[in-house]
Design a protein around this ligand. Sequence first.
Ligand code: ATP
Ligand code: MG
Length: 438
Amino acid sequence: MYLSKLFIPITKDLPAEAKIKSHQLMLRAGMIKQSSAGIYSWLPLGFKVMKKIEQIVREEQNLIGAQEMLMPTIQSSELWKESGRYEDYGEEMLRIKDRQGREMLYGPTNEELITDIFRSSIKSYKSLPQILYHIQWKFRDEIRPRFGVMRCREFFMKDAYSFDLTDQDAKKSYNKMFYSYIRTFNRLGLKAIPMSADTGPIGGDLSHEFVILAETGESQIYADKKIFEIDLNKYDFSDKSLEKMREDFSSIYAVTDEKYKEKDFSKNVKKENQIKTRGIEVGHIFYFSDKYSKPLNCLIDTQDGKKISVKMGSYGIGISRLVGATIEANYNNNIMKWPKSVSPFDVVIIPSISKNNKENLEKAEKIYKELKKQNIDVLLDDVDENMSNKFKKHDLIGIPYQIIIGSKSEQNKYEFKELNSESEILSLESIKSKIKKN
Ligand code: ATP
Ligand code: MG
């Protein structure tokens, strides 16, 4: 893609409510445009990043055997009346009426709908376990939408639902999902801490929020640094190993405000290992047993001929929120550097261009074609603008690698720079292997 052709409405004027780095950067770099409070259009650059995040989430869900499907955004109120949540959900639910006067709603979450799908198709223990997921827009009429894509009214979420016969089996599904989440956030270049969270009236210890460290986050967190030392490669995919993995994570202190006690923190965590900061919740997994299957009468025949309510868990990842969260975690001193896995482009070529010298642009175009052939997603900055402005713009767009064609390039060697490091003069072959390897 040539930068002159890319739809990237870079803006300088920021609205007063854009208080945090990610919100400002997304507006300035033309990644999103607000359409009304807490509702955004995703412009090409922002959409590209979100799609990359979505794809990583999808691959990691598929890897644990979860099956992708798609449920509608608009739901009927009937199921929510059956579960008893139609009243309880309150004003966060956007309620609408169709032309026949039927009560409909824009789904804030999908426990009811998936339980209905499940109860009408699966009857026997033989068909269990199952994990289903979809990636879909949600609407919650948040009282205070803010921080750009972090707390929206309309947002993009992956939500998965597990179905098991027994609590024991459900725990296995939960552990798989736990493992999948750690892998997912690692691939996104984020350090996410699983924090044991409140399970509400059901009790038990099977609820975790995945939180990444960021001063602008909405939750206060307390954790032991040791949690970052756990190496996922230690565990295989057997149920026993995954149980051990979750226990290992759970044995290290990590809590949000709600569960924090000063005394426990200082007793359990060495002074030099104490993390006391703010964080952004990017995922939440939750085992709730028969909370929905019971009122919705979702029954399964057991091997000995009884009928029992299926045991369920739900597992969310805020995909659109993750775009903002990734910026919060990586934007420093006015430079944004996307993790390679989600960067909108793999590399940008920046030729120094002037009216009477098109030589650099021609060189750049040759390299562009060469990289394209290798399936490298490359942006060519063909805009006629001075180099210092170009660099400022690319500090904002955040593509991690730059090939600079200017005074420093030699015969068949070019200046190659990874954002936030010194540049080197390299042949195109070495540049290619650097882009691919790192
Ligand atoms: P929060 O406490 O942040 O409101 P929640 O407990 O309501 O989150 P869940 O229902 O578990 O969130 O949703 C799963 C994930 O969806 C969250 O971990 C978060 O990443 C994302 N999410 C939730 N609400 C929003 C929102 N209003 N805007 C953007 N993302 C959201
Ligand atoms: Mg919420």
